[in-house]
Design a protein around this ligand. Sequence first.
Ligand code: AMP
Ligand code: MG
Length: 484
Amino acid sequence: MSLSIPFDNSYAQELTGLYVPWQGQDWSDPQIVVLNESLAHALGLDLDALRGPDGVGMLAGHALPEGARPLAQAYAGHQFGGFSAQLGDGRAILVGEVLDRDGARWDIHLKGSGRTPFARGGDGRAVLGPVLREYLVSEAMAALGVPTTRALAACTTGDKVLRQFGLEPGAVLARVAASHIRVGTFQFFAARGERDKLNLLLDYAIARHDPDLTGTEGAALQFLERVGRRQACLVAQWMGLGFIHGVMNTDNTTISGETIDYGPCAFMDQFDPATVFSSIDQMGRYSYGNQPAIVLWNLARLAEALLPLIDPQEDRAIRLASDVISRVGDAYQQEWEQVFARKLGLEAPDADLVEEMHRIWQDQDVDFTSFFLALPATLDGDAAPLQSLFKTPGRADAWVQRYRAAIPDPAAAKVRMQSVNPVYIPRNHLVEEALHAASFDGDLAPFRALLARVQAPFEPLAGMERYARPAPQDAAAVVTYCGT
Ligand code: AMP
Ligand code: MG
């Protein structure tokens, strides 16, 4: 069955000079490993055709369908605080855009599709483990209600790729996003002083993400604020789940407000704001507790890139942009309070209660996710499951009393909590187990079982307790490597 996709390639058509037209690489034996059928359906893609040779051709990138105008996007970025003027899609291509059943526009993008002119020293490849990690974690995030790129498919290429721990199966991730425009995309043209292209990009981004701002006065400044608010809400949601992105470089910070580029990311088990999982983050720059400050820092870099479009007078532009960043900081704080109010089942934020909760967690190795799952029982008078999460007996007693007093209607609170506090998250030890089995034993069963759980994160299932439990105490500390 042949694959026919009505691509609508606005990035290719409207942004000439902001990308390099580019094709995917030819592979020896491309095969689909996982296909996201419900996402494919929502995009109006034909499942039989996707499973056939044409579908594999598109999803692995070696034979793109007619109508696609594949390209590698140019972008720059601050990586761990240092500016790289030229990053870009080194091993990825934007295949094209599709309009879904509701008319919304989505990028279809491939990661691991071969070297591009932006590859620098890289091999242009991705390997199966990290591809499946992104698949699993992005689908978990979507199910948790967090804005994110989605995984459409994972394919193996048939080739072996050399990585830190030896040869691994080469793989390509097909993903879908509201767009792949990053803070770093603006930085690329700002750093080169290419004002026309910067303007073109801004107009395009506004038309795509904030169409109501089109043609309005002060659109650049308003756009900055919109992006800021989306990112502030996003990071507040991460914080409420214990999610650590791991590489919050400006090239991994989207304009759409979607989580992007899942590399050495992970969900924190035991609460500790200093938690870092990435092997390359020696200084803890992107630790759990630093994420709110870092997102504001990244937005300040976007503001810098937009300055000439905000106001011709630089000092005025700086003042206006600083006000926006400061408002976004306030918006983050409010959103964070809302997130934790919902997690506690409160009707309205209670900053003192949340602060005290964080205080009693200190040095107690409390499992972040389990804590919130133990709350409903305390409302029924059974605080034992919650107490058992603390090292020090009695540590939570006073807090539990305050908490119960703050909940006038336990039944309503339980309903609120149930829809925001997940039972199943992609716990690190389970992710590692699933990735290892897939990469080194060719066994996808653990991956599929874990994927099924995290796709329905709020529904406890009998017999699936293993997926809800923290790592055993003797589990090796998880460190994820950037060898995506
Ligand atoms: P990431 O860590 O995936 O966010 O990528 C950061 C930058 O490095 C981007 O410009 C990527 O395209 C590039 N990059 C990462 N891995 C590779 C690779 N294996 N080959 C070529 N470019 C890469
Ligand atoms: Mg990236």
